[in-house]
Design a protein around this ligand. Sequence first.
Ligand SMILES: *[C@@H]1O[C@H](CO)[C@@H](O)[C@H](O)[C@H]1NC(C)=O
Ligand SMILES: *[C@@H]1O[C@H](CO)[C@@H](O)[C@H](O)[C@H]1NC(C)=O
Ligand SMILES: *[C@@H]1O[C@H](CO)[C@@H](O)[C@H](O)[C@H]1NC(C)=O
Ligand SMILES: *[C@@H]1O[C@H](CO)[C@@H](O)[C@H](O)[C@H]1NC(C)=O
Ligand SMILES: *[C@@H]1O[C@H](CO)[C@@H](O)[C@H](O)[C@H]1NC(C)=O
Ligand SMILES: *[C@@H]1O[C@H](CO)[C@@H](O)[C@H](O)[C@H]1NC(C)=O
Ligand SMILES: *[C@@H]1O[C@H](CO)[C@@H](O)[C@H](O)[C@H]1NC(C)=O
Ligand SMILES: *[C@@H]1O[C@H](CO)[C@@H](O)[C@H](O)[C@H]1NC(C)=O
Ligand SMILES: *[C@@H]1O[C@H](CO)[C@@H](O)[C@H](O)[C@H]1NC(C)=O
Ligand SMILES: *[C@@H]1O[C@H](CO)[C@@H](O)[C@H](O)[C@H]1NC(C)=O
Length: 466
Amino acid sequence: MDTLAALCSLLFLLLTQNAAILGQLDNSIRGSGSPPPAKPPAPSLRLQPSTPSITHFVNDSFIIFCQTVQKDIDTKWRDPRGQTRENTKGRVHIEKKTMGLLALVFEHISLDDRGNWTCEVNGNGNGNRNVNVEREFLASFELLVNQKISFGKTEQVQSVREGRDAMVNCFVEGMPKPEVSWLYNGEYINTVNSTKHNRLSNGLYITNVSQADAGEYTCRAMRITPTFSDSDQITILLRIQHKPNWFFNETLPVQYAYVGGAVNLSCDAMGEPPPSFTWLHNGKGIVGFNHRIFVADYGATLQLQIRNTTQFGDYKCKVANPLGMLERVIKLRPGPKPWGPSSFQLKRSQPDAIELDLKAPRMTNVTYEMQVYGYRVAFMSDKEFKFNAGNWSHAKYRDFSFHRGQHFIIPHLEANTTYLMRAASINLAGLSDWSGVKTFATAAGCSLWNPSLYPLYALIVAFIRT
Ligand SMILES: *[C@@H]1O[C@H](CO)[C@@H](O)[C@H](O)[C@H]1NC(C)=O
Ligand SMILES: *[C@@H]1O[C@H](CO)[C@@H](O)[C@H](O)[C@H]1NC(C)=O
Ligand SMILES: *[C@@H]1O[C@H](CO)[C@@H](O)[C@H](O)[C@H]1NC(C)=O
Ligand SMILES: *[C@@H]1O[C@H](CO)[C@@H](O)[C@H](O)[C@H]1NC(C)=O
Ligand SMILES: *[C@@H]1O[C@H](CO)[C@@H](O)[C@H](O)[C@H]1NC(C)=O
Ligand SMILES: *[C@@H]1O[C@H](CO)[C@@H](O)[C@H](O)[C@H]1NC(C)=O
Ligand SMILES: *[C@@H]1O[C@H](CO)[C@@H](O)[C@H](O)[C@H]1NC(C)=O
Ligand SMILES: *[C@@H]1O[C@H](CO)[C@@H](O)[C@H](O)[C@H]1NC(C)=O
Ligand SMILES: *[C@@H]1O[C@H](CO)[C@@H](O)[C@H](O)[C@H]1NC(C)=O
Ligand SMILES: *[C@@H]1O[C@H](CO)[C@@H](O)[C@H](O)[C@H]1NC(C)=O
């Protein structure tokens, strides 16, 4: 038995080493009209798994074995480019299991691994190849690699120029390639025969962009294959570039402040791309410590602490983006500091609110325009006061203006709670000094007013209505 196996192996080796010679021999034998040679042996290589094509997603791991019938035959793997793979480490490598079992290991598959991988008997294929003979010493499979749908470097906020043609970019990746369709603010865009929208491989082409084209574009990728189907989408906010324009048409061209007070000068403008904001004082940049600038996407507020009369004058705000610029001047004039409230009392206490009695002083020697027009009330509960170590910067506040009436109510308070409050008057030049701190308590409230009794109240209401 052993001798038979050894003989077989020897014969096999001879065959592989001399395939070409044997091929010629075969032909010469046929040519001479002699009887046909012995039937070629059954395939000597087998793959496990053995399907001719195998599908995997990118990053999947996968192992395939090449098995020889004769245990001591040497085999090797060739990649789709025909290179022999011998590395035993790396993302794709070879592992020799036992005699006659050679594994091809994909730790995680990449798109580049697509194609036909071949296991063959070592030493075969040198020189003159004979297909008929070689077939028995080759086994191959096709690796098909699928890639999840992704949108790569697609930007979720894009901005395009008004009055021109533009592209909403959507870089769809995926294998097999998905079909892309587009939605605008949730509505399907028909691109067939459209003069406005055209679907291109890397995005949606829009002709003659106008402000009306701003909005949300959904790039939807979908594919249906014999083995699976999937879809994914990305929503892109499209902004239309335009030169800056003011948020509010009429801002006060004159503002007032007093030395020792503070004032906020604001400048709010829209623009795409978002504009830059620059403040100038009497034509020069603003220096020193008495100012702060709060910049937002569409505005910049200049907060000034007025310490010196030299800080009055013209403040210019410049707004610019690549498409244009705007400027506006606010004249900062000295104004009289308001007098504090002449009366600050509790008027009525409720479980969730406190109504205050506030009276404005009549400032002598100032114009009607400069009189007190409202109040600011700052407040903290006794707990908050303790928690903040008496620092009034942390207090909540509420502003009142006389033109909204003479009721000064602080709402949304907690019942049966003590509050510390202080008040200041407001005129065009800013805030007065703060009043002394007063302590007021909210009412204890109806103890019957309890959430567990809501069904009962409903019953009572229903009863009253009938
Ligand atoms: C594959 O895995 C790598 C890292 O493990 C990851 O960065 C990459 O996004 C993954 N690719 C896919 C398509 O899942
Ligand atoms: C792999 O081989 C099969 C059968 O020979 C062939 O149809 C297919 O096109 C090949 N695939 C590639 C990627 O070369
Ligand atoms: C597009 O235009 C062609 C030619 O004008 C027409 O035959 C076709 O029906 C149109 N398709 C759609 C979907 O309107
Ligand atoms: C582009 O659209 C504007 C209105 O948004 C229109 O006035 C103009 O004629 C259009 N231009 C072209 C070339 O279609
Ligand atoms: C500002 O005024 C212009 C023209 O007077 C007008 O077209 C525009 O709508 C106004 N803008 C605002 C925000 O009120
Ligand atoms: C100026 O604005 C800041 C921040 O919004 C605010 O805290 C402050 O009270 C404002 N100052 C005046 C005088 O209105
Ligand atoms: C105001 O500023 C000017 C110039 O910087 C300086 O000469 C003057 O002393 C300042 N006045 C006060 C009251 O600080
Ligand atoms: C009142 O105003 C006048 C003119 O503005 C000024 O001359 C006068 O000193 C002021 N009197 C007081 C008490 O402020
Ligand atoms: C009060 O709080 C503000 C803001 O946190 C802080 O800047 C200030 O220094 C505090 N004042 C005192 C007296 O602690
Ligand atoms: C109000 O608060 C006081 C002290 O915190 C407490 O003794 C009293 O029971 C409370 N009253 C109600 C109706 O909750």
